[in-house]
Write a protein that binds this ligand. Structure first.
Ligand code: MSP
Length: 661
């Protein structure tokens, strides 16, 4: 890994406690956690801060609506955030609440200092105020008379207030952004801020609210009739939490912040208010401010009124924490919007986690059990061609090396997909090397050992690289590979030979059990009769002619009925026995456009390892059914006579997904 910083301090926005957390809050926090995890693995001293924004009008209004005090509103809601972070395996080093004395003191001292320096002054204000955004706008700012940020109605306001001399930093800020290309990321967001700064006059910022209008805030130290504007208060959390004005040593250790992660909705406050505030305070600028896009439901913005807000707790309950974390990181290209649907979640889960990663882990561990006595084998590479192993290992090392710069460049989705491509390469390699065939050859023990050791080593690397995203599952996988110290250290990741020969592997169970897809399209006339008795072989072999749905009296079926049966070629990726069912095998097959799971009554005729790599024929539009509790999403074709059963296979190299007519 390259580009190792000397320290890493990452923050999330502090979340309003007016409502419970949703997927958007979860996303920013998981993102920060993943980045913090990567840096911790690199042995970079890391500090990860999150927290809650507890003052201001939104919280006051929520408290009023709930008939409780604002402090009660904060105390009740903050727990929901903290509980969710715990469930999401978030390992933040600190959690700041803006109602804590350690924060309030710093805000007040800062205000006093700026007031004394004449950076803050009192004036009469006349303008438009948006309650939702808690921001003032001038007449010119409004779009069709409404808030330019959220399009809601704005209120006309005339009152005395205190102002921060933000306007005088306009030229300085333009210059700073232009001369520090990584300061606002992605670059198009920097352009957005610059566009605004270069075309509009930067106004001074109103940083107070008269108590008569809003009492829930930090009192101004120089005028007790006012409280502090919530954004001026909130932004200071990034420094109050790390010792600004209270612990110089701690402050020096962490500030400047490496990365403020924010959603695109709060770009202006972070790239205009915050830098100018810091400048006036004579505090160094953060190294970067990264704005990610929105999670949409399908193509629509998530909103409570539309009822389309995804509840993270529901997702975790249904699919597990690690899978949820994986999906969010893999699916969103940082900077752009992404769409969340349960369907896309299930699709990605089944293809990446169940079929690829889970499958490869199963295969490697099963074969080590079977062919190496359940222990990591000893390796010696003499006497046989190990070019396939060398090539695979090289790919894994290259991925490990590439990781650092990908994380540094915030290409998290690409980094995950890079690791997944290595996972798939392990699968392809196993297919090519076919250790199950080698195991049958006399004198090939060393070759089998070398093959499985290499596959296990590559899997170890993949599990380490995915650990920051899926800590629990990847720890389980590395433990299953016989590692006593399963927690990865990325520093020595790319050394071959970390797994210790002789250490016992274990079976972690299905790491990512396949999610049953309930709605598979099936053409009614091709379905088997409703009451047909399904024995163990029911989903495996086609029914004898005459049985079942024949619609004509003579037992013949029409051409159309034949055409309704969709037969496709499929490649067997994985096969295993089903516990407690002697005749059944569970197969994972590649059907071209998708992967499927089949249950087939062929265990008395085929060993699982014989099947992997074979091209078979499958009824692709059969309604899914459960056999011995295991879902089968199709039926393979086999011919039988007496005690003999042979799979229907395809000659030559047609690949998967070809129509069989
Ligand atoms: N309290 C302010 C932030 C102050 S930081 C000094 C605030 N809070 S918030 O509760 O509204 O949270 C906003 C943040 O939540 C966004 O910036 C973003 O990080 C995250 N998200 C909320 N909804 C989101 C989506 N639908 N999609 C992605 N993230 C969004 O603003």
């Amino acid at each position: 890994m390259s580009e190792k910083p000397s320290k890493y301090y990452v923050t999330t926005p502090i979340y309003y406690v007016n409502d419970k957390p949703h997927i958007g809050h979860s996303y920013t926090t998981i993102l920060a956690d993943v980045l913090a995890n990567y840096h911790r693995l690199l042995n970079v001293p890391t500090h990860f801060l999150t927290g809650t924004d507890e003052h201001g009008q939104k919280v006051q209004q929520a408290a009023d609506a709930n008939g409780i005090t604002p402090q009660e509103q904060c105390d009740q809601t903050v727990v929901r955030f903290q509980e969710l972070w715990k469930r999401l395996e978030i390992k933040n080093d600190d959690f700041i609440r803006t109602t804590e004395p350690r924060h309030k003191t710093v805000v007040q001292e800062t205000l006093q200092e700026l007031f004394d320096k004449d950076e803050i002054y009192k004036a009469e204000y006349e303008g438009w105020y948006c309650v939702g955004c808690e921001r003032f706008f001038t007449e010119k700012d409004l779009v069709e008379g409404n808030c330019p940020e959220c399009s809601r109605k704005v209120d006309s306001i005339v009152e005395s207030n205190y102002f921060f001399r933000m306007g005088k930093y306009q030229a300085w800020l333009i210059d700073y952004i232009e001369t520090h290309p990584g300061f606002i990321q992605p670059a198009f967001r920097a352009n957005e801020t610059l566009g605004f700064l270069k075309t509009k006059t930067l106004q001074d910022l109103c940083i107070s609210r008269p108590k008569v209008r809003l009492a829930w805030g930090i009192e101004l130290p120089f005028d007790t009739d006012f409280v502090t504007y919530v954004w001026f208060d909130a932004l200071i959390n990034y420094i109050s939490a790390v010792g600004y004005k209270s612990d110089e040593e701690q402050f020096k250790q962490w500030w400047p912040c490496s990365c403020h992660l924010i959603g695109k909705d709060i770009l202006t406050t972070h790239t205009v208010y915050w830098p100018t505030m810091l400048k006036a305070m004579n505090v160094e600028m953060p190294q970067s401010i990264f704005a990610h896009g929105w999670w949409l439901t399908g193509h629509t913005k998530m909103s409570k009124s539309l009822g389309n807000v995804v509840n993270p707790m529901d997702m975790i309950d249904s699919y597990g924490v690690d899978a949820f974390r994986y999906f969010l990181i893999a699916e969103m290209t940082l900077g752009q919007d992404a769409s969340f649907t349960e369907e896309s979640f299930v699709k990605r889960y089944n293809s990446d986690l169940a079929n690829d990663l889970g499958n490869v882990a199963n295969r490697v561990l099963n074969m080590i059990s079977r062919y190496c006595d359940g222990k990591i084998p000893s390796v010696s590479s003499n006497g046989f061609d190990s070019s396939l192993e060398d090539a695979l290992w090289k790919e894994a090392v290259a991925a490990a090396e590439e990781m650092g710069s990908m994380i540094g460049n915030m290409k998290l989705d690409a980094s995950v997909s890079m690791v997944m491509s290595i996972v798939r390469k392990i699968n392809v390699y196993l297919q090519e090397r076919a250790p199950w065939s080698l195991a049958k050859q006399e004198g090939a023990e060393a070759e089998v050992a070398y093959c499985l050791y290499t596959a296990a080593e590559c899997l170890r690397v993949c599990a380490a690289l995915l650990y920051p995203v899926m800590p629990e599952k990847m720890l389980a996988l590395r433990t299953a590979l016989g590692m006593a110290d399963a927690k990865p250290h990325l520093g020595k990741l790319a050394e071959f030979g970390v797994l210790i020969p002789g250490s016992a592997i274990s079976q972690p169970g299905a790491l990512f059990p396949r999610i049953e897809v309930k709605s598979v399209e099936a053409t009614p006339s091709s379905l088997p009769p409703k009451k047909s008795k399904r024995d163990e072989g029911g989903a495996a072999t086609k029914k004898k002619s005459g049985e079942g749905t024949a619609s004509t009296k003579d037992g013949l079926i029409t051409f159309d009925q034949v055409m309704n049966v969709k037969l496709r070629t499929a490649i067997v990726l994985e096969a295993e026995k089903i516990e407690g069912a002697d005749k059944l095998l569970k197969l994972q097959v590649d059907l071209g456009e998708e992967k499927r799971q089949l249950v087939a009554g062929i265990a008395l005729h085929y060993a699982p390892e014989e099947l992997v790599g074979k091209t078979i024929v499958v009824v692709a539009n059969l309604k899914p059914a459960k056999l011995r509790g295991v879902i089968s999403e199709g039926m393979l074709l086999a011919a039988s006579k007496g005690d003999t059963l042979k799979l229907v296979t395809v000659e030559g190299d047609l690949g998967s997904g070809a129509a069989v007519k």
